[in-house]
Design a protein around this ligand. Structure first.
Ligand SMILES: [Zn+2]
Length: 297
């Protein structure tokens, strides 16, 4: 069913999940999803026969299938609200005067948030749809990290890659390409959905069919992400869990058994949200896993 693990090389898979998986927005499902867990590094991998082909990331059909809009404005509407969390995860690294690369930057939401202080911006994005808009803002644009590294070897002072590593066919090769783009010792901040998200525990029947999805090949916990990063030649500096949703989101999930976004519930105020987030972040059950690594190369 699976080839030896692309991350650790072990050939020791067991089934972690079998059932429907997400194929776009909520309610659009692909029946017969199958996810294996590696006995070597602990990563979970979607059966390749259920995965979206890697070349599809360049296509507009892919964005449409993700339930995402195609326009730059639609990308910003979705991505801009997540940048405060990404910037929080980056702290205390300052980017003033630095060459900053964003791998899988989309239309460049994060980059816009740091462009005012960065010396130069390297925008890596396979979807050509966003290239003109990125270039118009003065960013150097490349489709893949390998292209950027070829043109600008070891030139970046810092790199980020948010919600991308779970899509790529070979995470270690992906990280090695980023390593080649970075200066020795430069930081890399990675974000990916956290497999230990509290909703996986609270809703073991309903949430996995939403969490597992055709466009995500890989499902990391902290240990397996660490494994991939070290294998690619980085040193792990820090891992951190950050949660984007308040307490009302989890309660509404439990009540309605479906995603409800940033809904409000009577009696659940911002103080409750803050306590809830702090608890999940401290206990490793937040929705997003961040890892800060340093390039050893
Ligand atoms: Zn493995």
């Amino acid at each position: 069913m699976f080839q030896p693990c692309e991350i650790c090389g072990a050939d020791d898979w067991r089934i972690a999940y079998e059932g429907p998986i997400r194929a776009g927005g909520f309610g659009q499902q692909h029946e017969g999803g199958r996810v294996g867990r590696c006995g070597g590094c602990g990563v979970e991998r979607l059966d390749e026969s259920c995965s979206v082909d890697a070349a599809a990331y360049e296509s507009e059909a892919y964005r449409a299938a993700m339930g995402q809009g195609l326009s730059v404005e639609e990308f910003f509407a979705h991505a801009d609200p997540t940048q405060l969390q990404n910037l929080t995860a980056l702290w205390p690294h300052a980017l003033r005067g630095k060459v900053v690369a964003d791998i899988g930057c989309g239309a460049g939401s994060f980059l816009d948030h740091v462009a005012g202080i960065a010396a130069r911006i390297i925008a890596v994005e396979p979807t050509p749809l966003y290239h003109d808009a990125l270039r118009a803002r003065g960013y150097a644009v490349y489709p893949y990290a390998a292209d950027a590294a070829k043109a600008e070897l070891a030139s970046a002072d810092a790199a980020v890659t948010f919600q991308v590593i779970e899509h790529v066919p070979d995470p270690v090769a992906f990280l090695k390409d980023i390593s080649a783009l970075l200066k020795p010792g430069a930081p890399l901040l990675i974000a990916t959905p956290n497999r230990a998200d509290i909703l996986m525990t609270l809703l073991p029947e309903e949430f996995p069919s939403f969490y597992y999805r055709r466009v995500h090949r890989w499902y990391f916990d902290a240990a397996s992400l660490r494994h991939a990063v070290v294998r690619a030649g980085f040193t792990v500096q820090e891992e951190r869990f950050l949660h984007g949703y308040g307490m009302a989101n989890a309660l509404a999930w439990l009540r309605d058994r479906r995603p409800t976004g940033h809904t409000r519930l009577p009696g659940i105020d911002r103080a409750a949200d803050a306590h809830w987030k702090a608890y999940l972040e401290a206990s490793g059950q937040a929705d997003t896993l961040y890892l800060l690594a340093r390039n050893s190369g």
